[in-house]
Design a protein around this ligand. Structure first.
Ligand SMILES: *Cc1c(COP(=O)(O)O)cnc(C)c1O
Length: 404
């Protein structure tokens, strides 16, 4: 016998037992009374009640259902439920962008007088929130070399309330040992947030490694086809209740139902896309490494990557991004300009391969003097590998390297 959801359609009994591919196609589906095949798009701001008493019960939380799309919406909830199932999290909360998610995840955990520790090599906007924004509200912050557990240990204080880890990091794919950092953070009572964008929910499960909160820019692999922005926070019921429920409700970084609907369709093919992209990225990294113009190639599953052992222990795939260094800005620009298939673009995780020069684009806001310590070098190029034929990509990249 099947259970039935509020809208009328049947809901799955034990979706947690499904394999990933099934979760991605069927997780979170709540069919309406019309029993549509595809997920319905509920493009509505609000909801109506059959009586004043009904509204009273709905607002009191005694009757399940929706009250306002800033709090939740049936299409957004399907997206949240599907992603929570994939991640193995009790709760998923969706936001309008990845940055709204990172911001809400951090702000919900801290108040004036608290302290935050973060890896120094972060996505540019995440770094800005930690270095510029949090201190405005009396939150102290410390950056550490995220590859060094001793540096994390030394930075922890009694008032450390949140730790932000990005692994692999942007742009040079530094690897942080999530389990080790989680133990150090928990010893001082801090919560661990992992920005899991580069690893994707397919290749890394931070909650199983001890993290408390996982954050995604769903703009990247989850949409994966360059259409909409989105983000998500995944955590436990208890953390959501204590730190996020009210702050999200009252500050309103909500995901649009339309974007949630696009992302639901993105999730259906996430496993297929990301595995193919990672296979191509690995092959392409190995090809690039042979080229004489290339000084370094970084890909987490190559044995010469400095974080290779940790990456192998906590990830089941190396990801879809490669970092390479051509020695100078001139060479990097020549390489980018010579690419014919790969686009010059700062996005990543897309079906289309894209390359960017971090110091002049994504990491422009990092002060020049600090860039080398983040691995942001003048000759650096970040290459996000898409779904094109890997043979075509190899030819395009090799030809562009010849001209660099
Ligand atoms: C893109 C990205 C973000 C920000 O996501 P948006 O959806 O662009 O706001 C945060 N962290 C990482 C690692 C990213 O790559």
């Amino acid at each position: 016998m099947r259970a039935f959801c509020v809208g009328g359609g049947p809901v799955a009994e034990n979706p947690k037992d499904w394999d990933v591919a099934t979760k991605l196609i069927r997780g979170g589906i709540a069919r309406s009374q019309f029993m549509e095949t595809a997920e319905a798009l509920y493009l509505t701001q609000g909801f109506t009640y059959d009586s004043a008493e009904g509204a009273d019960r709905r607002f009191a939380g005694e009757d399940p259902g929706f009250v306002y799309s800033r709090f939740n919406n049936p299409t957004v909830k399907m997206f949240e439920d599907r992603l929570a199932l994939l991640e193995g999290a009790e709760v998923c909360r969706a936001q309008a962008t990845g940055m709204a998610s990172i911001h809400a995840a951090l702000m919900g955990l801290v108040r004036a007088g608290d302290h935050v520790v973060a890896g120094r090599a972060l996505f540019g906007s995440c770094r800005w929130i930690v270095s510029e924004w949090l201190p405005r509200f009396g939150v102290e912050t410390t950056f550490v070399d995220a590859t060094d557990p001793k540096a994390w240990e030394a930075a922890m204080r009694p008032n450390t309330k949140a730790v932000l880890v990005e692994t692999p990091s942007n742009p040079v794919l530094e690897i942080t040992d999530i389990r080790a950092v989680s133990e150090l953070a928990h010893a001082v009572g801090a919560k661990v947030i992992v920005d899991n964008v580069f690893a994707t929910p397919i290749f890394q499960k931070p909650l199983e490694l001890g993290a408390d909160v996982v954050v995604y820019s769903a703009t990247k692999h989850i949409d994966g086809q360059g259409r909409v922005l989105g983000g998500a926070i995944l955590t436990s019921e208890a953390i959501n209740e204590e730190f996020y429920r009210d702050s999200l409700r009252h500050t309103g970084p909500s995901l649009s139902p339309f974007n949630a609907w696009v992302m639901l369709k993105g999730l259906e093919t996430l496993d297929l896309r990301v595995r193919r992209q990672a296979d191509s990225a690995f092959a392409l990294a190995n090809t690039i490494a042979e080229h004489k113009k290339v000084q370094t190639v970084l890909y987490p599953f190559r044995p010469d990557h400095p974080g290779h052992n940790v990456a192998k222990a906590q990830m089941t795939g190396g990801g879809t991004v490669i970092a390479l260094d051509l020695g100078s800005r001139e060479a990097a620009f020549k390489f980018l300009n010579a690419l014919e298939i790969v686009d010059i673009s700062n996005n990543l995780g897309d079906a289309k391969s894209m390359a960017t020069h971090p110091p002049t684009t994504t990491h422009r806001s990092v002060p020049e003097a600090e860039r080398p310590s983040l691995g942001v070098t003048e000759g650096g190029v970040r290459l996000s590998v898409g779904l094109e034929s890997v043979e075509d990509l190899k030819r395009d990249v090799i030809r562009a390297l010849d001209q660099a």
